[in-house]
Design a protein around this ligand. Structure first.
Ligand code: XMP
Length: 326
C-alpha cells in the first residue's frame, strides 16, 4: 500500500514541518518493515541519501546500503558516501568498486544510447549480485519522489519499479519520500543533518561522467573530465555560484588540437565548460560567467589537468542543444 500525496498537503518548507514528516515516516516504516531487512542502492544523490538517513533512524542496521562505484562518479563522491553513511551515521554499508568492470564493458563503445544501456544494465547486474549475497532481505527502498509518479501516470517517463531488478527478486517496496517534491526532499535532508553539498547538489545524470566523455570512453580522458569538473565545482563554490546556477560541468570531446607548452608542440584535448539555468529542463539558458572567472578557470584547467591544452565555453541554449553532449 503505497502512499499518495494528499490533495491538501502543505508544502514542507520549514524544519518544524520536516521534523513532523520525519517522525511520521519513521513510524510508518517501522510498522511496514518490523524486524525484517531492507536493501537500498545508495548513489549519494539527494533522494537516495535522504531515504538512507530516514531508514537508518527507523530501522538502523536492518538497512543494508549498497553503493556501486561505476567509475563514472565525480571526484570525491564515493569517499563522501563512505564518510557520511559508513562512518558518521554508522550505516550498514556495502561499497562495491566496479570501475574496471564498467570501463572494460564500455571500452570501444561509441554510440551514446549503447553506452547508456551498458551502464544501466551493468548497474542492475552488480546490484543484484550484491543482493543475492545477502540473506533475508524482504524490502527494497527507493528514492521515488512525487514528480516521478506524476510523470509515469502521464506516460512521460516510465517509472523504474524495483529499479529494474530481475523478476525472481521479489522485494516489497519502501518509498518514504514518494509524496514529496524535490524542494521538500532537500528540506527534509537538511533537517536530518545531511551535509549541504549533498542536500543542494546539482542534478547529475545516472550514466555520470560517461556522457561527458563523448564517444569511446578512455581512462585518461575520463580522468581529464573528472579533474576539470572538480576545478569548476571548486571555483563555483568559491565564487558564490554553487546553488545559484542550476547545472555546470565540463566535457572533454574525443578530438585533439595543436598547442604549445614550454616551447614544445602539444597535441591534446579541449575542455568545454557548460553552465546553464532552467526551471523545467525543457528550455535552458546559459549562465554568463565574468571574464575574470573565465580567465581563472582557463588558467587552472590548462595547468592542472593533464591532456588539456585548450578551454572552450558553450554558449548554446536548449533548444537547439541538449544539456548533456550525449
Ligand atoms: P538533456 O541533455 O536531455 O538533459 O537536455 C536534461 C537533464 O537531464 C539530465 N540527464 C540525465 N539524467 N540519466 C539521468 O539520470 C540520463 O541518461 C540523463 N541524460 C541527461 C541532464 O543532466 C539534465 O539535468
Amino acid at each position: 500500500m503505497l502512499e499518495s500525496r494528499p490533495d491538501n498537503m502543505e508544502r514542507i518548507t520549514t524544519e518544524e514541518q520536516a521534523n513532523e514528516f520525519i517522525a511520521d515516516q519513521i513510524e510508518k516504516m517501522q510498522a511496514q518493515i518490523g524486524d525484517k531487512k531492507v536493501l537500498l542502492a545508495l548513489s549519494g544523490g539527494v533522494d537516495s541519501s535522504v531515504v538512507a538517513a530516514l531508514l537508518i533512524k527507523a530501522v538502523g542496521h536492518q538497512l543494508v546500503c549498497v553503493h556501486v562505484n561505476h567509475g563514472l562518479l565525480r571526484k570525491g563522491e564515493p569517499e563522501q558516501v563512505i564518510d557520511v553513511f559508513g562512518k558518521e551515521l554508522g550505516a550498514n554499508l556495502v561499497y562495491v568498486d566496479a570501475t574496471d568492470r564498467f570501463l572494460d564493458k564500455l571500452a570501444g563503445v561509441t554510440d551514446p544510447e549503447q553506452k547508456r544501456k551498458i551502464i544501466g544494465g551493468e548497474f542492475i547486474e552488480v546490484f543484484a549480485e550484491e543482493a543475492r549475497k545477502l540473506d533475508g532481505i524482504e524490502f527494497l527502498a527507493q528514492g521515488t519522489i512525487w514528480p516521478d509518479i506524476l510523470e509515469s501516470d502521464a506516460g512521460i517517463k516510465a517509472h523504474h519499479n524495483a529499479g529494474g531488478l530481475p523478476e525472481d527478486m521479489n522485494f516489497e517496496l519502501v518509498e518514504p519520500v514518494r509524496i514529496l517534491f524535490k524542494d521538500e526532499v532537500r528540506v527534509v535532508g537538511k533537517a536530518l543533518g545531511l551535509p549541504d553539498n549533498m542536500v543542494y547538489r546539482q542534478p547529475f545524470p545516472g550514466p555520470g561522467l560517461g556522457v561527458r566523455c563523448p564517444g569511446a570512453i578512455t581512462r585518461d580522458r575520463l580522468e581529464a573530465v573528472r579533474e576539470s569538473d572538480a576545478i569548476l565545482r571548486e571555483e563555483f563554490e568559491k565564487n558564490g555560484l554553487a546553488g545559484k546556477v542550476w547545472q555546470y560541468f565540463t566535457v572533454v570531446p574525443d578530438f585533439k588540437s595543436t598547442g604549445v607548452k614550454d616551447g614544445k608542440r602539444t597535441f591534446d584535448w579541449p575542455c568545454i565548460i557548460r553552465a546553464i539555468n532552467t526551471t523545467d529542463v525543457m528550455e535552458v539558458t546559459v549562465e554568463h560567467l565574468s571574464n575574470e572567472l573565465i580567465d581563472h578557470l582557463v588558467n587552472r584547467i590548462i595547468t592542472e589537468v593533464p591532456g588539456i591544452n585548450r578551454v572552450l565555453f558553450d554558449y548554446t541554449p536548449k533548444p537547439p542543444a541538449t544539456v548533456e553532449y550525449e
